[in-house]
Write a protein that binds this ligand. Structure first.
Ligand SMILES: Nc1ncnc2c1ncn2[C@@H]1O[C@H](COP(=O)(O)OP(=O)(O)OP(=O)(O)O)[C@@H](O)[C@H]1O
Ligand SMILES: [Mg+2]
Length: 290
């Protein structure tokens, strides 16, 4: 089943002049077609201005299609009829954790969403506990978010979305403002949520290294999907990816260089571990021969 489906989707921003009259249209999404299967982990990458954030906002009904159709969890996203329980289908995490945390105590912040849904207090407490546990932050429940690192704050923002028990979480460049350690923590957390809870993950990122753990990578350009495939197959197409302003992971570049230099390295190398194994195997074969 598809949790997200877009058909010939279009979105135009209106630019207003001094008299508050919309005189220009900016085409942000242009004939976008995509199907995202429930339970999958997908990455959407694309250069600045390619329409990633606009699409993310459309999925959670913060923006509505200019034309075409967008379905979330089988329901059409339309301005006239936003499902009241949309947050049980999808939640979104943005780039800057400071803009998403609204309470001065972690557990209150995580419970804010369910409280607004009118969920009974006992269940809110349970949800808060479980969500904080799921992101490995339960011990910080009584802390102030101000005392946390960027990565920890982002995990609190994820817990806040989790407390709504959504089928799908969209993360719009959640690691862009984090140090390498924070980035690794956030990526590990969303990987675990996908693997252990079957939550669909839509990760929007500029870092192709983060895409290696996804089932499928989509590349956006000028508001449309221009490339897609499993990461190991897609990253083989270095030239195509670079054409759209992106870079394949460093380790894939290194594997390509080693191949060019004459080492018989196999295809689809996207992690350091794979490259090490490949080199070790070839070295062992070489030693056996001599
Ligand atoms: N509020 C807005 N009003 C007018 N135009 C906008 C608005 N937000 C985005 N745009 C334009 O829409 C296009 C798509 O922008 P969007 O933010 O969706 O891209 P993005 O892929 O998320 O970029 P980035 O990688 O920089 O976050 C760009 O041309 C952008 O300038
Ligand atoms: Mg963006």
């Amino acid at each position: 089943m598809n949790i997200i489906e877009a058909k010939n989707l279009l979105y135009n921003y209106k630019k207003y002049n001094g008299d508050n009259i919309a005189d220009t249209l900016i085409s942000a999404i242009h004939d976008l077609n995509i199907q995202i299967e429930q339970g999958s982990f997908v990455t959407i990458a694309g250069e600045n201005g390619s329409g990633k954030s606009t699409f993310a906002k459309m999925i959670v009904a913060l923006l509505f299609p200019t034309s075409g159709a967008l379905y979330l969890d089988g329901k059409k996203i339309e301005k006239e009829s936003v499902p009241w329980n949309l947050c049980e289908s999808a939640g979104i995490v943005f780039q800057n954790p400071d803009n998403q945390i609204i309470s001065s105590i972690v557990e209150e912040d995580v419970g804010f969403g369910p409280e607004n849904l009118g969920i009974p207090s006992k269940e809110i407490l349970e949800r808060v506990c479980n969500s904080l546990k799921d992101v490995g932050m339960l011990e910080y429940r009584y802390c102030s978010p101000n005392q946390l690192s960027g990565g920890q704050k982002q995990k609190i923002a994820i817990a806040g979305v989790l407390a709504m028990q959504p089928k799908c979480i969209i993360l719009d460049e959640p690691t862009a403002m984090l140090d390498p350690q924070g980035r690794a923590q956030v990526i590990q957390t969303i990987r675990d949520l996908n693997k252990t809870k079957g939550i669909t993950i839509v990760l929007i990122t500029h870092y192709m290294e983060e895409a290696v753990c996804s089932d499928k990578v989509y590349v956006m350009h000028k508001g449309a999907i221009v490339l897609s495939g499993p990461p190991d197959e897609l990253f083989e197409r270095t030239d195509d990816i670079e054409q759209y302003g992106l870079e394949v992971p460093q380790v894939t570049l290194l594997a390509n260089k080693l191949k060019e230099a004459g080492l018989p390295i196999g295809k689809g190398i996207i992690t350091e571990e794979q490259l090490i194994n490949e080199i070790m195997q070839k070295a062992e074969q070489c030693l056996c021969r001599h």
